[in-house]
Design a protein around this ligand. Structure first.
Ligand SMILES: [Zn+2]
Length: 240
């Protein structure tokens, strides 16, 4: 991944109001830590600067999220970095964050893998493990045995789907529907009686269900499946 230089962009300097430090000191600390090759400390400072930035300053917030992305990436936390970048690009669709995001993601809004088959597999895996854990009171595995058993079931289901040949020749929107609808026979251990129905996203203005290939209704210009409807990895969901 290409990273921009650590120089503070001019537009940020001129938009700052004198005497108002809304996390600006933390932001500068973050840049300094990055220069000193301390991404761990940079992440902490950038997170504080993001938390302090008013949502109305979208360009500034986008820049801070962008640099948080850079620091997380250097810490090798690429899943969390992508989550931060996804937010940054929504706030400033014509900035660096959008360019980097488009280079980095696949059609599911996840980190691009070496083959399209692996992209499909990781989407399937994250969707179903996430769904399993989402039905528990606490979204985590309680034991190594539970984790092993659930992962084996998901892998077996993936093999069945992959061998069925049903993914061939489908566009990503249709593939995503099939991945989500594929029945994975989880046992009931550890699951509460909670509602496990999938959340249906709706475009309220058009009064219809939002599909993955539709333009996202946040106005980013990206397909919904690559923007607000992107598939989160397990690390983003804090499941691993
Ligand atoms: Zn969106």
């Amino acid at each position: 991944m290409e990273l921009a230089s650590t120089r503070i962009p001019d537009y940020l300097i001129c938009m700052r109001k004198e005497g108002q430090d809304k996390g600006e000191a933390d932001f500068r600390d973050g840049l300094r830590f990055l220069k000193r090759h301390r991404p761990d400390l940079a992440v902490r400072s950038f997170r504080a600067s993001v938390a302090a930035c008013p949502a109305s300053c979208s360009a500034e917030l986008s820049a801070r999220l962008y640099w948080l992305t850079v620091a997380l990436f250097r810490l090798d936390q690429s899943d969390l970095a992508l989550k931060s970048l996804a937010s940054a690009q929504k706030l400033r669709p014509r900035g660096w964050a959008r360019d980097m995001y488009r280079r980095w993601i696949n059609d599911y809004g996840m980190p691009r893998r070496v083959t399209p088959e692996l992209d499909d597999f990781y989407a399937f895996y994250s969707i179903h493990i996430g769904a399993y854990l989402g039905r528990k009171e606490r979204p985590r595995f309680d034991s190594v045995n539970e984790k092993d058993a659930v992962m084996r079931i998901v892998l077996d289901s993936w093999l069945a789907l992959s061998r069925s040949g049903r993914l061939a020749c489908l566009g990503t929107g249709d593939k995503l529907r099939l991945l989500k609808d594929w029945r994975v026979p989880f046992p009931s251990f550890g699951l509460g009686a909670g509602d496990c129905s999938p959340i249906v996203q709706v475009d309220f203005r058009a009064q219809r269900k939002l599909n993955g290939d539709d333009r996202c209704n946040c106005g980013s210009g990206l397909p919904y499946r690559q923007c607000c409807g992107r598939t989160s990895s397990l690390r983003e969901l804090s499941c691993e």
